[in-house]
Every structure is written in C-alpha cells, then in structure tokens.
Write a protein that binds this ligand. Structure first.
Ligand code: ADP
Ligand code: ASP
Ligand code: MG
Length: 819
C-alpha cells in the first residue's frame, strides 16, 4: 500500500532544507511506494499575494516579484553547486517563463486595478508548481523515476475558486486512470485543484495539507504523513509556549476541533477525508526526522495514552454588536444564521442580550467584508445600517480542547480568576454544544500572555511570585538572602520565586529571563552601565513594567524614597502588587492613601506594608483582623521606636541620657544621626499609619508631637558636637526618672490614639500594671484596647526593627500575594 507524504513551506524554505526533504523521500521510497505533496517554499505564497494586493492598489509590486525570482534562483543555483548531475538549465528556463508570466499578469492587474479570482489563483499557486519541479529534478539527478500528478486535471474541485473543496469519488476515478510506473516516486503540487472546466482553483491558504489528505483518500493510502517544522501536534503552539508538550496520539475529532479553532499545524479541511477513509495520519518534524511525532487516529488506544488538553487560538476576530428592537431580534438572528450558512461564514457565539436589544457575535477577519455585505444587503437593506452596528476589532479567541475536560467548571473559574488578577479582560466566554471546548474572547494585545497563563495553569500549576526589587540596602539584601535560603523549601510546596529586576537609586539590573539569585551581587556590581539618576531609574523601571507579561508580579520597595512611593498607584494600575517597607506613601496624602486601596481592590492586586510599623511584628495584620471580625479598637498606646525604647530603658538602669544615646548609636539602634530619632517624627509616622488603619482620617500634621528635649539644641552642630551638647540634659532626665520612680512608675516615649482619633507622641509616666512598663532594650510593644480586649489590652511585643526581622516581614507579605 502506498504512503502519502506532505512537506510544508519551512521544510522547503531553502536549498539545504529541500535536500533534507529529498533524503527523507528517498529513504521512505526504499521501503514503500510513496506519493509526495509539496508546498511552496516558505513566504513565497505570501509574497505573491502581496504583489497582487499592491498591484490592485496601483502600488509598486516589483520588489515582491524580484524577491521571489531571487529566492528560486538562489535555490536552483545552490542545488546545482551541491550536485553536479542536477540540471539547472531547464529549471532556470522554467523559472524565467513563470517570472515573465507573473510580471506580465501583474502589469495588467496594475492597469485594471483589479484581479479576477481565476487569475489570482493562477498567480499564487506558482510557488508549489516550482517547488515540485525542483524536487523532480533532484530525484531525477539521483536516478529515480518520477511521476507528477497534475492536480488541475485530477483533483476535481467545486465551490469558491480560492477555497475549493475536492470531490473525492470523481478524483479517485481520475487518479485510478493514471498510469504511473510502479517504480516511480509520485509528486504533486499541493494547494491546487481543478474545476469542471479544467481551470486551476485553490484549496484555501495553507491547503497543501488538504491536498495530501485528498490524495491519500484517492490512492487508498496506508497512511498520510504531514512533515512540518515542529515535533508533531503539541499542547499549544510552540512559538508561543516553548515548553508545550507533544501529544503522541490524538483522535481525528480532537484535531478537527483544534484546527477549526485555529491550530495552524493542520488545515481544518484535512481531517474529514482521512477520518472518512480511516487513514491514520502522522505529523512529523523534517528537522528531527527520527522523532516519532503525533499519530492521528479514530480512537485512542492503550491505557498509557493521555488525553492532554490543548490550547489553541484564532488571531483576528471581530465582534459585531447589532442594535435592534425586541421585535426585530428573532428575525434578524434567523436571517444572520441563514445567510451566514449560505455564504459559509463561521460564526462564533451568537447571543442576544437579556433585554433583546442587541445581537452579539464574532467572526474571523477573513469573513469581514462578506459579513458587512450580508448585513447591509440581506438584513437591513437600508443605507443607515451602519448606525445599527458596532464593530470591535483586534480580538482573539483562545480555546481549550480535550476529549473530556475534567472539572470544566473548576478550570473555568481558575482561568477567570487568574485573568482577573493579571488584568486580562474576558470579553466573552463561549459555550458550545460539544462540552469539551472552552473558549474566551480577549483583546489581541493580551493573547500571548493569556495563552501562556492557561498553559501554565493546566500543566504547571505552581504558585508563581515574580519580583521587582527596588532598594538593596540592609533590608533588600537580607530579603534576597532569605529568599535564596528558602527557595528549595518553597519549591517543594510548588511555589516558585523569580527575580527579574533589582535596582537601587543609581543602578538597575534587569533580566527578562530571570536573575540568578546566587549571582545577583556579582552581576549588579559588574553591571558596567553608567550610574544614572534616580529619576532615570524610575523612568527605566516604568518602561520595563509597562509591558506586563508576568503572572503574579510584585514591586518590592525597600527604599525610603518618596519618588518611588509616588509611583505605587501606577504600579498597581499596571497589574503589579506593591510590597513596601517604606513609610512614605502611607504617611503621605490621605487622598492617595484611600485611592491606592480602591484601585488595588478594583485591580485585585495587593498593597502590603506590614513592616511599616513594628518591623516584622504582625501589627497591620492584627488590626485588619480586628476590623474584619467587627471588633473595634477604642484606644491605642504603644512604644513604637526601637531606639527610644533602648534609650529610656538605659535611663532606668541608671545610665545618663548622653551615654544612653551614645550606646544606642553604637549598637546600631539609632539612625546615623540620633537627632532624627529624638525628633519623634518616625514614631509619629508609625502612629499615623496605625490610626489610619483603624479608620481615622488624619494627616501627619494632625499628630501632636511632644518634644523629647526640654530645650532647643543647635541644629548646625555635627554629631560629635551634638553628643557633647546633649550632656546638658542629663540632669533633667535624671530628675524625670526619679520622680516617676517615687510613684512606682517608669517614663517611656509612647504614641497614643484616643477614641476620637486624637493622636499624640510624648514622654509618659507608665504604671506598673501597664504592659508597656517593662519594655526596654530596643523592644517595641503595642497595646490595643478594643471592645473585646479591655481592660487588659491585646499586646504585640518584640523587636520592631533590624534587617532580619524586617526582611522576613517583607518576605511574609510577598508570600501573601499567592494566597
Ligand atoms: P507548514 O508550512 O509545514 O504547513 P505551518 O506553519 O502551516 O507549517 O504549521 C506548523 C506550525 O503550526 C508550527 O510551526 C506551529 O507554530 C503552529 N502550531 C499551531 N498550533 C500548534 C500545535 N498545537 N502543535 C504544533 N504546532 C502548532
Ligand atoms: N503555499 C500555500 C500557502 O502558503 C499552501 C500551503 O503551504 O499549504 O497557503
Ligand atoms: Mg501548513
């Protein structure tokens, strides 16, 4: 029994590939009788079509023809260099004749400004005619006999000249009559058929697959092999998902659905003839010829064979929204369906809205003109029809096809959720009679991202965290260290963390394919790009994040920059979570404070800032829980500064004020300049954040800050001079401590929030029973007095600063983005 092989455009793209194909043909022929269907070399059909389009518009088409001539000339020349016996002369003559024909015909088209379909067909099929001729010559040069089937005479086709269908019974009779030598390799140009007047017609773009299927049916072949540039039929187009899986066995029915829903690997018309005559079809890779490929058959056999879901897409979809009255609705819908069936237009998801004021449907771009024609002439028959229709372009339809989609609803829900999180709007989900397809219409700009996401959800449902880290001081660096240490543990839990960008105020390191966390420092330091300004850094980051192709990206701000915090709303709008240890945003304008929360909610992104108060202590989280459960915080009192907790602790132990400050500075508790801590501003900021979190609408200026120092100090002094000057307060603090001690009290620097929202930062005397009484050594303590927690408050106590605890707080926020 004969085997049919078909080689596609990429397989025949240049002389090297053509030789590769000839070797496959010869090897096959040594084992079996074969018939070979050939496409045009890649791009040739497109160039021919483009030349016609240009000529019709009276534009210059000559460049296209020269390109075609050059391409074939190069192929022929290279083949003759590689093979002495190859007779290039005859081929060059043939090429010249065809090119002359093209130039002459296109000239007429240019003058007439139109191209009848039969001329169009004749022109754009030239690629297959020439590639078949070339292959014939190669085989002859290697001493093989060949026989060329003329498809115009033998594939009897009907229908649209540019997209004809072949009558298999009639064609079979014709082909049976052909008298090919038993030892010949049969060749046939694909894409071409002939009508009953023996004129050339086309079988539709990409139609050589169909030619092969028809020839297989006519020759009663034992199999039909489609040789292309990928390993077979994969779970998705590998040009979009590089790690798509090969499907080793697949049914005719599933391929039919896949190709009808856009999978380019096989032309949709290919499957029916193969299915009808039960001819198994193999899809194989010309460039990986020993790979088994995909077998397409009637039923999946064998237990081990998996029914993988496959994802496919149609690029250019148009939405039509027709306004109509309730009365008109059913009539219009009926007319659309009738006319579209007559004109062979596939229509997706025709629905009318609940109030029946609109009819909504989708078509492919190729049917656009016809659709408009039908709407104008068959449906409305009025000039003002355009007022009644709204057309949306640049849409794509993504579909999932499986023999049996397990847990379809769950999958649907998951896709909807993840699309929502990644800012992909689903314009419509489409339902079919066949239950094993899910389709969505989305904007084309989100197509690749949307496809990748679905593939990921189905085949690799790990939880992904993608990081853009701004600020690599103590906290940022420690965070990277912690992530690096935890990576493998998290991987076991199916959580994968990827870092794409690391920046400080002068440098930026970005790798669209992931930064190796172990090498980041080296890479960052070796990044020879010039230091730039913070403004430029922000501009660069904005450019990078604009094209959000990520699944679950987070911007982490470990800087203290106001300029960066000004960008948060923009980041969230672009679909990024924002995680920050920087207090600038939350202590800024109340309007923005509210705005970011609203936008984050709308965009389903997280804005997390647990480390803004109390370092890694679970403060914000606790307040949020209070609010959720309906408890109400009535009153708050807390020690919010590690440095001041340390200093006041030392005072109690008998140390002088100036010494206590020096020690705090030496132990790294204070800012480099301790005056910043003593200003109380940092405590006020934290207090503001707590107050806002509780629900008080206040600004930083509303917080009363009682000065720690009883008198003014010289601001111009340097730190050393300041540490000297401050000695003058030793006596004052000594007296304060002693007077408190007499009443069994201690003095602490605290922040308070009253029920009415009044906030104060001050030195206060603390009673023995107060949970803040024993807090010292740099610890923080926060007492929340609520409806349920009183008179004994809920207290959070622990170290509230330090890079390890703060970084771990940021890390915990980061993990919260996948909850
Ligand atoms: P040929 O020129 O050989 O006919 P095509 O370009 O028409 O090749 O079809 C092969 C292409 O189909 C592949 O390169 C791939 O990009 C695309 N394709 C789309 N969906 C799939 C899929 N599910 N499996 C394999 N290939 C696919
Ligand atoms: N050469 C034709 C096309 O590009 C047919 C094919 O390759 O299948 O559409
Ligand atoms: Mg193809």
């Amino acid at each position: 029994m004969i085997q049919v092989l078909k080689f596609g455009g990429t397989s025949l793209a240049n002389s090297q590939n053509i030789l590769l194909v000839s070797k496959i043909i010869i090897k096959k022929f040594k084992k079996n009788k074969i018939a070979v269907v050939l496409s045009a070399p890649a791009q040739i059909t497109n160039l021919l079509e483009k030349a016609i389009r240009l000529a019709v518009k009276k534009k210059n088409y000559k460049k296209e023809i020269s390109k075609i001539e050059k391409k074939f000339y190069q192929i022929i020349k290279e083949l003759s260099v590689k093979n002495e016996k190859f007779s290039s002369k005859e081929l060059i003559n043939k090429l010249d004749t065809e090119i002359k024909f093209l130039r002459k015909t296109l000239k007429s088209i240019y003058f007439l400004k139109q191209c009848p379909d039969n001329v169009f067909a004749k022109i754009i099929s030239k690629g297959e005619i020439l590639s078949t001729k070339i292959m014939e010559n190669i085989l002859i040069s290697k001493n093989y006999k060949t026989f060329i089937i003329n498809p115009i005479k033998n594939l009897i086709a009907h229908g649209n000249i540019l997209d004809s269908s072949v009558d298999i019974q009639n064609s079979k009779k014709k082909i049976k009559k052909l008298n090919f030598h038993k030892k010949s390799i049969i060749l046939m140009p694909g894409f071409i058929g002939g009508n009953n007047k023996k004129n050339l017609v086309l079988l539709g773009r990409n139609g050589s697959d169909y030619s092969a299927a028809i020839l297989s049916a006519c020759l009663q072949a034992k199999s039909c092999e489609i040789w292309t540039d990928v390993n077979g039929i994969l779970t998705c187009d590998p040009k979009i998902v590089s790690n798509a899986k090969i499907i080793s066995n697949i049914t005719y029915n599933k391929v039919l659905k896949l190709s009808n829903l856009g999978a380019k690997v096989l032309h949709p018309k290919t499957i029916l003839p193969l299915k009808k005559f039960n001819i198994p079809c193999y899809v194989k890779n010309t460039f990986n010829k020993n790979f088994i490929g995909t077998k397409i058959e009637k039923k999946l056999q064998g237990k081990k064979i998996q029914d993988y879901p496959s994802i496919t897409y149609i690029k250019n979809m148009y939405q039509f929204l027709i306004t109509c009255t309730n009365k008109e609705n059913n009539i219009i819908q009926k007319k659309i369906l009738e006319n579209f069936t007559n004109h062979k237009i596939s229509i997706f998801s025709i629905v009318n809205t609940i109030e029946k004021k609109y009819i909504n449907f989708y078509i492919q771009k190729k049917y656009f003109k016809k659709t408009l024609y039908i709407i104008k002439n068959k449906i409305f028959q009025t000039e003002d029809f355009q007022k009644k229709i709204k057309i949306k372009k640049k849409l794509s339809m993504i579909s999932i096809v499986q023999e049996k989609i397990s847990e379809k609803n769950k999958l649907l829900k998951m896709i909807k959720k993840i699309y929502k999180n990644t800012q992909i709007d689903i314009l419509q989900s489409i339902t079919y009679q066949s239950k094993d397809i899910i389709s969505f219409i989305i904007n084309s700009k989100n197509r690749n991202k949307g496809i990748k996401l679905i593939h990921k959800i189905i085949f690799n449902p790990s939880k992904i965290i993608e990081i853009f880290l701004l600020g690599i001081g103590g906290i940022g660096q420690t965070l990277l260290k912690q992530i690096s240490q935890e990576k493998s543990r998290l991987k076991k839990k199916n959580i994968s963390i990827k870092i794409f960008l690391i920046a400080n105020s002068k440098k930026i390191l970005f790798n669209k394919n992931v930064i190796n966390i172990k090498l980041w420092k080296k890479k960052f330091l070796n990044n020879t790009k010039k230091y730039i300004t913070e403004k430029k850094i922000i501009e660069k980051i904005n450019k990078i994040i604009k094209k959000n192709n990520y699944i679950n990206p987070s911007i982490i701000d470990c800087t203290s920059s106001k300029k960066i915090s000004n960008q948060y709303i923009n980041y969230i709008k672009k679909g990024y979570h924002v995680i920050t240890s920087n207090k600038k945003f939350n202590t800024g304008d109340l309007i923005n404070y509210k705005k970011i929360r609203k936008i984050a909610h709308k965009k389903n992104r997280k804005f997390l800032y647990e480390t803004n108060v109390g370092g890694g202590l679970p403060v914000i989280q606790t307040i949020k829980n209070f609010m959720k459960t309906g408890d109400k915080i009535l009153h708050f009192k807390g020690i919010l500064s590690g440095s001041l907790s340390f200093i006041f602790g030392k005072l109690e132990e008998g140390m002088s004020f100036s010494q206590a400050i020096k020690k705090a500075q030496k132990n790294g508790f204070t800012e480099p300049d301790p005056r910043e801590d003593l200003s109380g501003l940092d405590v006020a900021r934290k207090l503001l954040i707590i107050a806002r979190e509780i629900g008080h609408n206040i600004e930083l200026k509303d917080i009363k800050i009682q000065k720690i120092l009883p008198e003014k100090i010289n601001k111009k002094n340097n730190i050393q001079e300041f540490l000297e000057e401050i000695k003058k307060f030793n006596k004052y603090f000594f007296e304060q401590i002693n007077s408190a001690k007499k009443n069994n009290q201690k003095i602490k620097f605290i922040g308070t929030i009253k029920k009415n929202g009044i906030c104060e930062v001050k030195i206060a005397k603390i009673n023995k029973k107060d949970p803040l009484y024993n807090v010292k050594d740099g610890e923080n303590a926060l007492s929340f007095y609520s409806k349920y927690y009183q008179p004994i408050p809920l207290v959070i106590r622990g170290y509230g600063a330090g890079k390890e605890v703060t970084a771990s707080g940021v890390f915990s926020d980061l993990l919260n983005t996948i909850l």
